[in-house]
Write a protein of this length. Sequence first.
Length: 92
Amino acid sequence: MKLSGLAGRTAIVTGATGGIGAAIVARLLAEGCTVAGVDLDAEAMRRACPENAGLIVIAADVSTEGGLPILCRADGGKVRRGRYVCQQCRYS
């Protein structure tokens, strides 16, 4: 299934290294989105999507008060213009 209108847009995906989150990131990248992948483990995200210029890796815990400012300052503030947000976090 082709998703239309995503090329050139920015999406923010939290929980980006987990199974569902990683699949969402991969699909959005394949559709031409710039993706801000947010997770606690930045290295795992880099391994999951190696050499992808459309991926902005952000190591942050968005379940804490300090996590959101990290997300908002990432990539010179371009992430704040994200049009789509997918909160794919799990708590243990």
